[in-house]
Design a binder for this molecule. Structure first.
Ligand code: URA
Length: 259
């Protein structure tokens, strides 16, 4: 049966439909030996030799859901033009073509979901669903209540205010630095770092500690594990809720601004 290439690639777990379009446009997809860049192209997954970066794409694949604790010093992509280590390098023994859901900065640590379930990945990153992400940010100086309120209300970044956030001082300690727990529902470029910078408390170290319902304090940096079926169910529920019907439609047009 002839299907659009984007659909074949997303069903095979290679990429979300949106990411598949990028793969096609960048000339990384071939059908029976011919590179395809045309978006409407159809093919038959049962008969045609469909490849991404030379690797054969087969029928719908078993979905895998991996929770990785990314250490600082790794990029959140499958391959890096600067040849820095990637999060995929940490998944030794995993043979499926998996990709990270959303991004963490090179210097950021913490929880990252890596999967080949393109539909779930697209939902989790879509602003319409507003799936929460919680971060612990060690910041310079000691933010006061006024700083915390500004962070909670939203900070103008690139001409658009960030959505209301939950912000708490988590480890009140002596010394010159504090840790803030910041929970946000969007994923704008270097968002937590830029928010803290804007209130005069630059981030010294940043770690993601929760993605929607997923938390795991016992997972050491550089380690990963499969999600349990119950965690996958909870994640699906979180990624199905619509938290921002109106603003989501507007923000969907500006998704290119993610980290
Ligand atoms: N906010 C940031 O500033 N960086 C990240 O990696 C994630 C959220």
């Amino acid at each position: 049966m002839q299907l659009r290439l984007q659909k074949i690639l997303s069903q095979a777990g290679v990429a979300s439909r949106r990411a598949a379009e990028t793969l096609i446009a960048s000339g990384r997809v071939s059908v029976s030996g011919v590179t395809v860049r045309e978006m409407g192209t159809k093919a038959d997954p049962a008969r045609d030799d469909i490849r991404v970066d030379g690797r054969r794409v087969r029928g719908p694949e078993r979905h895998r859901y991996i929770l990785l604790n990314k250490p600082a010093g790794y990029v959140t992509t499958r391959s890096d033009p600067q040849r820095r280590p990637t999060v995929i390098d940490l998944l030794r023994g995993v043979r499926e073509y998996l990709y990270p859901v959303g991004r963490l900065d090179y210097d950021t640590e913490g929880l990252l979901l890596v999967t080949n379930d393109g539909e779930l990945a697209a939902r989790l990153t879509h602003p319409r669903h507003g799936v929460e992400r919680a971060y612990e940010a060690r910041v310079a100086g000691v933010p006061d209540e006024d700083d915390l309120q500004r962070l909670r209300r939203g900070i103008p970044l690139d001409g658009r205010r960030t959505l209301p956030a939950e912000v708490a001082l988590v480890i009140p300690r002596r010394g010159a630095e504090r840790v803030l727990r910041v929970t946000i529902r969007e994923g704008r470029t270097r968002q937590v770092r830029r928010m803290c910078e804007a209130v005069g408390h630059p981030v010294r170290a940043l770690r993601r500690v929760r993605i929607g319902p997923l938390e795991d304090r016992a997972l050491a940096p550089g380690k990963w594990r499969e999600l349990t079926p119950a965690e996958v169910r909870r994640l699906r529920t979180a990624a199905t809720r619509v938290t921002r019907p109106a603003a989501g439609a507007e923000a969907a047009g500006s998704r290119g601004t993610r980290r």
